[in-house]
Design a protein around this ligand. Structure first.
Ligand code: FAD
Length: 472
């Protein structure tokens, strides 16, 4: 890119937007606004990230950028978009504008850490905390070492004071210097997750006004919309994590009813799980390559491409697993209980490497986040930091009966089971011949027979995990 010499009379700050597509409670924007500078909101379409991101996330991001541009324009500013590698684009924009400060929210993925450390050597890059409420390096043991177990981490997290809320953003933002902008690529809107800060805010407030009170129990029910569905918005910073945490803490204080209060406390804990996995990734970036637990890095996984494909497409013959996998393919999102059930099925029942599942999720999830996804997979596979013990194996049928007791969730996602009476929904292969005749539903023809018999595969899995140990 041609570098033009500085020609703008007004001192300029660049607000480099990455995972903070919002105006409210935005520490990077707030810092950029200090000192009466002109502020240039910049987003760099980095091909290294875009080419590997799931289509669902790319679309969500593009629509989010469009909303952000509208919000900026309503305040007299606008978004400048540039395509290219940050190490080329950013120095060029700094030179074009003569900016004496670049403000960005610190991101903890290994790629982002390397990118930013490199850039900070030759541009005035200032990183501020914002992806999480507290910086991962601030929530550590008294000796300075990182926590690897959730409960003490959450205690230490709760003991820190919340950062002060930022003042509201001014109605008029200082207009950025005129610079050409690349277009934001067109993208269809995900009907389940319309992008943007206004939608994120609406969801948070609505959730904290109603569903949060029943969250402690409802969050596990597949057939109930009992969770906030905020994950994609938190992933791209369309709502600030600290604002979500602060409003939840207020709710805890204001709620006298013990059950309702427990709901809000449980929700806060989930927000802290998000902080925990960000901290794990920050302190142990190698988890993206291998199991956290060295003793479980040598499991002999099965190479079973047909079974993996059946799992991916929701054709395993276990209705709860298939319903969840189809929910993922349709919505780009899956219920947390579902994520645990299908992850456990892939790893513990099919004995397929958890990293295959991790990759598939990243290809489809609109909220796909390296830290939370890796943490969730390592936890379920029992190979991670604060993992479920590896010998604990989810029974998908019991999970199905417990968390989708009326089969509403299964029916919603598996139309081929429509004719099946409720009592066989969780295990269609048990449908008696008589019922098959009456309903015209035939297991194996209208819906696959189960890929595996859960009771039989348990031994195989336990053996594989135990045999991994001696090699380390
Ligand atoms: P809510 O129940 O309303 O929770 C509120 C917020 O807390 C979520 O939006 C999320 O930001 C955070 N949160 C909740 N549970 C967790 C958790 N276990 N770990 C980390 N953060 C959590 N979450 C992602 O955001 N991105 C992922 O890529 C991702 N992959 C996962 C993979 C597996 C195998 C598992 C078991 C879990 C994964 N999760 C992931 C965590 C969790 O399933 C989702 O955050 C949650 O289902 C999102 O729905 P919600 O916003 O309605 O959640």
């Amino acid at each position: 890119m041609k570098i033009v010499s500085r020609s703008f009379p007004m001192p300029t700050h660049i607000w480099w937007i990455r995972r903070d597509l919002r105006l409210k409670d935005n520490p990077a924007l707030h810092s950029a606004l200090q000192g009466g500078h002109s502020v240039l909101p910049l987003f760099i379409l980095d091909p290294r990230l875009l080419n590997t991101a799931a289509e669902n996330r790319r679309h969500f991001l593009f629509n989010g950028l469009r909303r952000l541009d509208e919000d900026l324009r309503s305040r007299g500013s606008r978004l400048i978009v540039r395509s290219g590698l940050p190490e080329e684009v950013l120095p060029a924009v700094v030179a074009e504008t003569g900016a004496d400060g670049v403000f960005a929210e610190e991101d903890y993925t290994p790629y982002a850490v390397r990118r930013d450390a490199n850039l900070a050597r030759y541009i005035p890059l200032q990183r501020v905390v914002g992806v999480t409420v507290h910086h991962p390096a601030a929530v550590v043991k008294p000796d300075g070492s990182p926590y690897t177990v959730f409960t003490p981490f959450s205690k230490a997290w709760k003991a820190l004071p919340l950062p002060k809320p930022l003042p509201p953003i001014p109605d008029h933002l200082p207009p950025p210097p005129f610079l050409p902008s690349d277009p934001i690529p067109p993208a269809p809107e995900n009907a389940y997750f319309p992008a943007g800060e206004a939608e994120a805010e609406r969801r948070l407030l609505e959730f904290l006004d109603s569903a949060v009170f029943a969250y402690a129990d409802d969050r596990n029910r597949l057939d109930v919309d009992g969770t906030s569905r905020l994950s994609p918005y938190l992933r791209f910073g369309m709502i600030s994590a600290r604002r979500a945490a602060a409003l939840t803490m207020e709710k805890i204080q204001q709620t006298a009813d013990p059950a309702g209060r427990k709901g809000a406390e449980t929700f806060l804990n989930e927000l802290i799980w998000r902080e925990f996995y960000n901290a794990i990734l920050y302190h142990f970036p190698h988890v993206l390559q291998t199991a956290f637990n060295p003793a479980l890095r040598n499991i002999e996984w099965r190479h079973a491409p047909a079974e993996l494909a059946a799992w991916q497409q929701g054709l395993t013959g276990i209705p709860v697993v298939d319903a969840c996998m189809r929910q993922l393919l349709t919505m780009g999102w899956m219920h947390n209980r579902g994520r645990m059930i299908v992850a456990s099925f892939l790893v513990k029942d099919l004995l397929i490497n958890w990293q295959e599942g991790e990759r598939w999720f990243m290809r489809h999830l609109v909220d796909g986040d390296p830290a939370a996804n890796n943490g969730g997979w390592q936890w379920t596979a029992g190979v991670g930091t604060d993992a479920a013990p590896y010998f604990r194996i989810f029974n998908p049928i019991l999970q199905s009966k417990k968390f989708d007791p009326y089969g509403h969730f299964i029916r919603r996602w598996l139309p081929e089971l429509e004719r099946l009476p409720d009592e066989y929904l969780h295990e269609p292969w048990l449908t008696p011949a008589e019922i098959q005749r009456k309903t015209g539903f035939k297991p194996g023809r209208d819906y696959p027979l189960p890929l595996v018999d859960h009771a039989q595969v348990k031994e195989r899995t336990l053996r594989a995990y135990q045999q991994s140990k001696p090699r380390e």
